[in-house]
Design a protein around this ligand. Sequence first.
Ligand code: FAD
Length: 471
Amino acid sequence: MIDKVDVAIVGAGTAGLAALREVRQKTDDFVIINKAPYGTTCARVGCMPSKTLIAAANAFHQRTLLDTFGIRGAAHLTADIPAVLDRVRALRDHFVAGVLDATEGLGARNIEGQARLDGPNRLIVDGHTIEARQIILAPGSSPIVPKPWKELGDRIITTDTLFEQTDLPARIGVIGLGAIGVEMAQAMARLGIEVHGFDGAPQMAGISDEKIAQTLHKALAREFAIHLGVEVDLAAADDGVEIRWGDDRVVVDKVLVAVGRRQNVQDLGLETLDVALDDKGMPKVDPQTMRIGDTSVLLAGDANGIRPILHESSDDGHIAGINAVSDETVKLDRRTPMSVTFCAPEVASVGKRASELNLETCLVGAVDFSTQGRARVMQENHGMLRIYAERDGGRILGAEMAAPAAEHFAQLLALAISQSLSVHDLLAMPFYHPTLEEGLRSALRAIARELPPCSISDLARCGSLKVEALE
Ligand SMILES: Cc1cc2nc3c(=O)[nH]c(=O)nc-3n(C[C@H](O)[C@H](O)[C@H](O)COP(=O)(O)OP(=O)(O)OC[C@H]3O[C@@H](n4cnc5c(N)ncnc54)[C@H](O)[C@@H]3O)c2cc1C
């Protein structure tokens, strides 16, 4: 095994592979060490299989709308769940195969094993020592399962095991209604499973705007049982798992635990770096360089806990890779924050969240999609979008939404926010008719009404006709 390199990368996930891409541009003197399985969380057990399951669930759910469109006979359709799960795994395998190409042909520079720091320039990999000038740690995160619940054996599933199931039972509890919990709860409910969802927080999917949270709650409660602000306990029952909260109980066959993910840093040897660690064992990481203090170690991806989503993990790896092979510190500005939860209506936040702003001092524009023309045409008229803008000048600061096609609104608003555009700048663009984007325009117009009017020759000034078909 190689025992001395310029750069060692720990973890062949999205962050580690992004770092590898940068490092290889400058040197061939590297190793990448990965604890099996290879293939990345995203492709194996994360973004891709979850969205594949959601796609099947949404396709089946369409049958509930067909009657409204005048299309009959949908009641005879059934979801063949083993076949649905087969397709999830087949596509998962396809995506994983694509990822494996990234480490193909690296020979001895690709080491399968578990790495542990032994000081700032040394790693121990399954008993073997590797010296490195720079070390990039990108070990990812793992689902949290509270210890007592582990005793329930295979009645407890996480997203690490969900896509391995060959069938799903009739009743499932979902504990934790963050982005992952909400996505999977709705998907399983749409496939015909009786789902009971629980969260200790009063809101789901990380929404901080109360009005958006209420809209989402109303929409999802039509599809599965939701219990918010509750602490649950689990106990074995003859025919499954009993979920207990307050004086209430329900028995389900299995429980999907989605209470969060823990950074994989427990056995990483961070304590050998001689830097301060917080009560969770985490060191301080500069998000613009990914470096831990002034050590030769960088911490990238989910493992640093800064923004545990895919494009941010990839950026982390990119930044860490550049800094590992650069003589000077390279500080990169981070992108406008954006997150999407792929439930229906989709949830998204972009820029500043409501909880990061004083909404009393901002201008807020909203659109209710229940009365939006195109959303009604498509029978997707649920949800709300709220945009926050500066009172002085109308610069867009952020938005939260639970709305049809929120992923596209979030992309558009991310562009506007990163370019420091104002409400009037956006209203100066064309809005094709009839589109969901006309709903966004309604929210922008609501803010524009609060701003000093722009020039009479400026089309941004063009107002609403207050006609549902045109909004
Ligand atoms: C169900 C689910 C759905 C998701 N959906 C989305 C989504 O829709 N959009 C989105 O943006 N994000 C989503 N995410 C999050 C996204 O998948 C992660 O942010 C991203 O995959 C993290 O990449 P990473 O490189 O940090 O970690 P990983 O991809 O987990 O890579 C870490 C690697 O390090 C290895 N490793 C760990 N410890 C060691 C060690 N000591 N030595 C050697 N190797 C080690 C691991 O085995 C692993 O291969 C989802 C996640 C989940 C679980």
